[in-house]
Design a binder for this molecule. Sequence first.
Ligand code: DGL
Length: 270
Amino acid sequence: MGNQLPIGIFDSGIGGLSLLREVQAKLPSEHLIYIADTAYAPYGDKTAEVIEARAFALTQYLIEQGAKVILVACNTATVNVINLLRVEFPNIPFVGIEPAVKPAILDKNTKVVTVWATAKTATSQRLKDLVDTHYCPQTKVHIQACHGLASEIEKGDIASISLEQLVTEYLNELVVTGTDTLVLACTHYPFVLPVIEAIWPTLSQQSLTVIEPAGAVVKHLKHILNDKTLLNSDEFEGETCYLTTGVAGALKQSILSLFNKNVSVDKIEV
Ligand code: DGL
């Protein structure tokens, strides 16, 4: 039965795990295959051609493993290549994750929004279009390319001094611009939410709303699966298979330190 097949998920590295944990929480019966494309991380500094080639290869692999839907758990890949994926693989549904500019601007209390993203998302036409579409004269939108942040998070040590310094540097920019709403437009960034929450009050008295759209994306994924009668309604918990194009032990260690879960990880050549 099609609904028993796995959901294929990929990101450049551990970032997509912030979406995967939401899928596991909201759709516990689903079987999942997660690929961390660590050998090619970070995507944010790559050309559109490289990101496209990686997204095509990983999608092809996931389809060969029987995936019923592909969750592109990466803003950089979504904004740059998801439309090309839909053309190249018309028989499989794709769900992506985009910068949550719309809910940030629609909130009437918002005056200044800053979007944190990788360089390749920050300069994308798709992000520009999102900002233009939801333009509101009362709300200023700043786009900040957070160079090095995804790579620092990818090291898996959320408590490191170098990560704290980098987050502080980017938070200082929010103080300068008077930002009240921060959009995390990279799936790696939700892992530094505790760091943001610890540092922000030491820099500013103003409250800061942080938006990351994992919940909305998984709601949409559920809707797509339901619509295509692909939702797995088994009563037992689904299995998750963790794969990486990089070093298996490194991903295993990151999952242990981020989620306190001891899982097995396999290396694949894609
Ligand atoms: N986690 C990814 C994103 O959402 C990519 C980060 C990177 O590899 O640069 O954009």
